[in-house]
Design a protein around this ligand. Structure first.
Ligand code: FAD
Length: 305
């Protein structure tokens, strides 16, 4: 398995700024993510030092070139899930591979796509979940459905097979963006992919059925929301990070409550601006460098004993 010192999830201002610090300090740094929303022909007028407006695209291109100059490896790949192994390292599963990291910086911006089910909130904690690794266990042997149109949803559905053979995916009326490989694995595992849209949920003591707009009713005691790509909230659920609504809580050094995991930029939700993302990215980079150095010292001490 590929192994790095610091894995940065997000190629926006926060992630790239972190990488400039971590790569420059000699840390093996990998940045995953693809072009952020701001990397278009948008004029950025309020970023320090640019008297002429600069486009978001150019600013991001410059940030990428600067991080790459110091040795950061930058790839367009999406992270589907993260877990911590027995030795305390983090393992990120991407659409392509698995990557081990001593530390992770979450710089994923904000984007939780809601499925648009009228009474979803009534069933949160009563069958509706955002985290297979947290709640899959409670669904042993029960019929469950994953709502989502992409590889993130497909991966969640496959993970649910550990707990129950009765798993379905519903794209919520969206065009499917599941890769051929994931479609093949779903088919092989007898997980049907429905392209209808869930209108409402039903059940007296927790979720029992989903009602599709077409009028069809399907048994489901668990509904796992996995729309679009995995967001910082999804990583927060599975890693046990403290959140404030959809945002991740950090201290002044961008440390989360889980040692080795840092967060910066819009996903922390302070002031959703490039300058703040860049500043928090620098702080997260510095804190991640200290964490990796400390971890190396601890491992060396253990080896010496
Ligand atoms: P983002 O820039 O949102 O980057 C998030 C990154 O995370 C992306 O690379 C994405 O691909 C990646 N990612 C997410 N999920 C995953 C996953 N599962 N796996 C891998 N990667 C993932 N701010 C200003 O200060 N001035 C402006 O003029 C301004 N104009 C704006 C115009 C537009 C159109 C937009 C959308 C925003 C604008 N902003 C502006 C706000 C600014 O863009 C954000 O505050 C800033 O980009 C936040 O940076 P970030 O690095 O936290 O997140």
């Amino acid at each position: 398995m590929e192994s790095v010192d610091i894995l940065i999830i997000g190629q926006g201002p926060a992630g790239l700024s972190s990488a400039i610090y971590t790569a420059r300090a000699g840390m093996r740094t990998l940045i995953l993510g693809c072009a952020p929303k701001v990397a278009g022909d948008y004029e950025i007028d309020n970023y320090f030092g640019f008297t002429e407006t600069i486009t978001g695209k150019e600013l991001i291109e410059r940030g990428k070139a600067q991080a790459a100059k110091f040795g950061a490896d930058i790839r367009c790949d999406r992270v589907l899930g993260i877990h911590q192994d027995d030795a305390g390292a983090f393992v990120a599963k991407t659409e392509d591979k698995q990557i081990k990291a001593a530390s992770i910086i979450l710089a994923t911006g904000v984007s939780r796509i809601r499925p648009g089910i009228s009474n979803l909130a009534d069933y949160e904690g009563k069958g509706v979940s955002y985290c297979v690794s947290c709640d899959g266990f409670f669904m042993r042997g029960k019929p469950v459905m994953v709502v989502g149109e992409g590889n993130f949803a497909a991966n969640q559905a496959l993970e649910l097979l550990q707990y129950t053979p009765d798993v379905k995916v519903c794209s919520q009326g969206k065009e499917l963006s599941i890769s051929e490989e994931f479609l093949y694995r779903l088919e092989e595992s007898n997980i049907p992919v429905l392209e209808g849209k869930i209108a409402t949920l039903a059940g007296d003591n927790g979720l029992e059925k989903v009602h599709l707009e077409s009028g069809e009713q399907i048994d489901a005691q668990g509904l796992f929301v996995a729309m679009g790509q995995a967001s910082s909230s999804d990583f927060a659920y599975s890693l046990g990070l403290v959140r404030n609504g959809q945002f991740i809580e950090t201290d002044r050094d961008q440390r989360t409550n889980v040692p080795g995991i840092f967060a910066a930029g819009d996903c922390v939700g302070r002031f959703l601006q490039i300058s703040v993302a860049v500043g928090e990215g620098a702080l997260a980079g510095r804190a991640a460098i200290s964490h990796v150095k400390e971890r190396r010292r601890t491992l060396l001490d253990k080896e010496a004993k």
